[in-house]
Design a protein around this ligand. Sequence first.
Ligand code: UT7
Length: 325
Amino acid sequence: MTRAAILGTGSCLPRRVLTNAELEKMVETTDEWITVRTGIRERRIAGAGEETSKLAAEAARKALAMAGVAAAEIGLIVVGTMTCEKAMPSCACLVQKEIGAVNAFAMDINAACSGFLFGMDVAEKYIKADPTLKVLVIGAETLSTRTNWEDRTTCVLFGDGAGAVVMAAGDGERGMLGSRLFADGSLWHLLHMDAAPSLNPDLVAADYQGPFIRMAGQEVFKYAVRAMQDGVAKVLAQEGVEPEAVRLVIPHQANIRILNSLTERLGIAPEKIYINVHKYGNTSAASMPIALDEANREGRLRPGDPVLFCAFGGGFTWGAAIVRW
Ligand code: UT7
């Protein structure tokens, strides 16, 4: 059976670090509040030349180099993002041009923080349909472009960055075992971001307040824990993998308390969850591939290891996947 394996990983973070101490000077907050409630100590903020597509392209170059795959060998580019510097063309098309992936077709997926997970799933389906296909899956965001820097309930949470993987048909048992993806659009209002202002006066929403991310934090928190737990339980049962057999969990990095609560509920040892939210905050679709790349380069993954991915984001969207490394 053809399985879609991850051949290489890469990531790219903006140079500028924004610390909690700096945020204390911008809004009424404290390093202690942010650290205790979220686990975040600092995040990266994009500067000139670090647009979403540029971060994405650099992460892609690193993943290609690790995989030993040339850009021209890539047949599909999928980017999970909701903050590309252009609404059209897609970030994936900009990446294609930037890296010279002249033989690829390219498209974006907007599944908010679940975008990379949904992208891996799409890649897996295409690879199963055509085992010769090599796919770049990227998660890239510059949430700083959509943050209300006067709103302390959101501005302390987010950061910018990109991560990428090269996927292709694996040899033997290696590759994605299965996935479960979900959405519930009826809860969109708990976590959302308006688009740029409408130029059609008839379609300007009465309550339009700007293209900022808005979130009902507590409700999202509770739903995120329950939903990810449910998604993980379903994919483990589907693939017949016991929680103890999972070698590493690469979760979406939104809040350390969500991750602690998840580990407890899943019965997975805390040291098996990869955490870097303290360094980058919540980078939405970019958080999982950045975490995967760091874990990979730190030597945390061995061939044959079952690696669990789980995400939750605006939509709501959520899900989980299990990959044999
Ligand atoms: O990536 C997609 C999914 N997103 C998530 O998973 C995020 C989920 N939600 C969360 O991570 C948490 O709900 C937050 C970190 C956003 C908030 O933590 P919380 O423990 O739920 O705090 P809260 O919203 O209940 O606020 C507690 C208090 C409030 O004050 P009062 O009403 O108790 O007086 C807030 O006004 O903390 C206040 N507060 C702050 N204080 C200092 C809110 N933001 C801040 C802040 N600094 N930055």
